[in-house]
Ligand binder design. Structure first.
Ligand SMILES: Nc1ncnc2c1ncn2[C@@H]1O[C@H](COP(=O)(O)OP(=O)(O)OP(=O)(O)O)[C@@H](O)[C@H]1O
Length: 226
């Protein structure tokens, strides 16, 4: 089992059967090998976020299969799908979505507690991750006291808190100024390589895409030559 993610024949239509229906994904096949880091590029509206949400078990396709670490995720009930996602998939959004009332450390601890990791162990893992991205000294600060780049680094740690094998990221540095974006992106790549993750990272930035192993291009709901 050499593949971390296998997507086969994925289709998705919003508002199916209605006059304003939108056929977003039209038969997507995509495979990520273990340890492979792949850039996903697409024009706006091509279905990139929809595909990432389906791959990350946040949404279900109309047809096709998603296999993660050799396990077929097709047809799982909501509860089981959530459990599989919590344990096996890390997701990073363009906007950090950190919980504002909790500190940086707590934001990285909480998903582990939801995954039944003991508190002390969760805190140790959270501190180690914050240290790796260079912000352990801000561990007790709330998100509002952190810069955009720092907030996003905390979000990276949160995504990796439960040690997933697969990381999915939807324009993870798209909200930052170009200089900060480059710096924070390098931190992310280091983290991904360090943790030995497979990652599918959506970006509009061709320089960032070039830092990854391979580029997959999506257009009009299909994979097209990059
Ligand atoms: N819940 C929904 N209901 C109806 N249409 C939707 C829904 N979610 C997305 N769409 C539509 O599906 C298409 C693809 O959306 P998606 O967010 O996957 O694109 P994207 O490639 O990520 O775009 P962007 O780069 O602009 O974020 C768009 O036309 C969008 O308007």
């Amino acid at each position: 089992m050499n593949n971390m993610l296998e997507i086969k024949g994925i289709t998705k239509t919003y508002n199916a059967g209605k006059p304003n229906q939108i056929e977003v994904l039209r038969g997507i096949d995509l495979t990520l090998k273990r340890g492979e880091v792949v850039a996903l590029t697409a024009p706006s509206g091509a279905g990139k976020s929809t595909l990432l949400h389906i791959a990350g078990l946040l949404d279900v396709p109309d047809a096709g299969t998603v296999t993660i670490a050799g396990q077929d995720m097709t047809g799982l009930g909501d509860r089981r799908r959530t459990a599989m996602r919590r344990a096996g998939v890390g997701f990073i959004y363009q906007f950090h979505h950190l919980l504002p009332e909790f500190t940086a450390l707590e934001n990285v601890v909480l998903p582990q507690l939801a995954n039944a990791v003991p508190q002390a162990e969760a805190e140790a893992r959270a501190m180690a991750l914050l240290d790796k991205v260079g912000i352990s000294r801000r561990a007790t600060h709330r998100p509002a006291a952190l810069s955009g780049g720092e907030q996003q680094r905390v979000a990276f740690c949160r995504a990796l808190a439960n040690g997933p094998g697969l990381l999915l990221a939807d324009e993870p540095t798209g909200n930052l100024d170009p200089e900060t974006s480059d710096l924070v992106f390098d931190v992310l790549m280091e983290l991904v390589r360090d943790e030995g993750l497979s990652a599918l990272i959506a970006t509009h930035n061709h320089e960032l895409a070039a830092k990854m192993d391979r580029v997959v291009k999506l257009d009009m709901g299909q994979v097209v030559p990059a």
